[in-house]
Write a protein that binds this ligand. Structure first.
Ligand code: FEO
Length: 399
């Protein structure tokens, strides 16, 4: 790829990753890819800001080489220690032995733990500035956006915020790196939400605290380490992150996430009837088959919508395991305070509803009456299912 000027003296030298299937070993990005955005700031002193995964080191070095001999770097700024941004650090530091690695105290502890690098490092403190000669970098501590050591770096004269994970998203860059060049903003915003819920959602208070801390900083460009660079409308992604952080613990928007799993199509048939009722009530519904849909794609809907309908058969006296797994993922992400109801088929003694109730209680979800049925649904039962969906959707309008 080509190094691209972001502002005078500031360049994007990032790389795309279309090889990794699972981000963090967990979250699918096979179709979407991801970018590791890194930057070079060329003052009298030369600074590299963030890097990439280890297997991308050649590409990153090629990118840097278009602007400066990597051996002549003076600083390597480490905003965040997760190896998607630091995997290349050992090799780069070997090639640039004069460069001082800058990070928070915790980052330097992690630099030792992860890469056993203890020489040529220097702690920076919250609010500290670094004069590069022509550019000033200011370091702002933003713990737990995403790990405890995290900071952001602000290029003072050019008003560029290198925000690392904050304001980032999945999605490899497709030629365009800036928001104003991109014809698919909706894709990147959807993937930023999926990234937010998968990666950052456990830390809403730190996200809001960081946004408050940065509110007085004039920002022309938000330059995260994943996804698009926001220069036409830098506030757009900040406002989206703020809105998403504010969902935590809140009631969610009017809408239903309908999850179903099915063994022989009987619960699925009921799910169709239930969805018809929800749609008839005029409430948006998004349907997911938990057998085939990774929770990565389901979580953004659970996170933002008020209602959850859970359709699953009884399996060995309990909730159908793929459904239990999906609900446990919601529990892990602390997606609390939803309104929910269960429906599903059983063969003889049931048990799915009990399993659902147990998980829903841990999720602090308000449960309304469910619809459990033996075997396959009759036409009469399907009519009841439609009414059940309609009533549930209408109950969401009450807030
Ligand atoms: Fe992109 Fe938390 O690393």
């Amino acid at each position: 790829m080509t190094a691209i000027e972001v502002k005078p003296g500031i360049y994007w030298i990032g790389v795309n990753d279309r090889t990794t299937d699972l981000f963090e070993g967990l979250w699918p990005i096979t179709r979407e890819g991801v970018s590791y955005n890194a930057y070079v700031v060329l003052g009298e002193k030369k600074a590299l800001v963030d890097m990439a995964k280890d297997f991308k080191v050649d590409e990153i070095l090629d990118q840097i080489s278009q602007l400066v001999d990597p051996s002549e770097l003076d600083y390597i700024v480490v905003n965040h220690m997760e190896p998607d941004h630091t995997g290349a650090v050992r090799m780069i530091h070997r090639i640039a032995p004069r460069a001082t690695i800058l990070g928070t105290k915790k980052a330097l502890e992690m630099m030792d733990a992860y890469y056993h690098i203890t020489e040529g490092v220097r702690e920076v403190t919250d609010g500290e500035t670094l004069d590069l000669g022509g550019h000033t970098l200011k370091f702002v501590s933003t713990p737990f956006v995403h790990w405890p050591e995290t900071m952001v770096t602000y290029a003072v004269e050019q008003r560029v915020l290198f925000s690392c994970d904050a304001f980032g998203g999945y999605g490899a860059l497709q030629g365009a790196i800036f928001d104003d060049q991109c014809a698919r903003l909706d894709f990147y915003e959807q993937e930023a939400l999926r990234y937010y819920v998968n990666i950052v959602a456990l830390f809403p208070k730190p996200v809001l605290k960081a946004i408050r801390k940065l509110a007085a900083v004039p920002i022309d460009v938000v330059a995260p380490s994943h996804g698009l660079i926001w220069r036409a409308n830098p506030q757009r992604i900040v406002e989206l992150y703020q809105r998403w952080a504010e969902y935590a613990g809140g009631p969610g928007d009017l809408g239903v996430t309908l999850l179903y799993g099915t063994m022989y199509g009987l619960t699925e048939k009921m799910g169709e009837a239930v969805a018809t009722g929800v749609a008839r009530a005029g409430v948006p519904v998004e349907i997911f088959d938990v057998r085939h849909t990774h929770v990565s794609y389901i979580l953004p809907y659970l996170y933002t919508r008020r209602g959850v309908l859970v359709g699953a058969p009884t399996y060995e006296g309990n909730l159908f395991p793929p459904m239990a797994e999906a609900l446990r993922a919601a529990l892990h992400k602390r997606i609390f305070n939803r309104k929910a109801a269960y429906f599903g088929s059983y063969g003889w003694s049931g048990g799915a509803r009990r399993g659902f109730k147990s998980l829903a209680e841990q999720l602090r979800w308000e449960i309304s009456d469910g619809l459990e049925f033996k075997g396959g649904p009759t036409p009469e039962l399907l009519r009841k299912g439609e009414e059940f969906g309609y009533r549930f959707a209408k109950s969401l309008e009450e807030g």
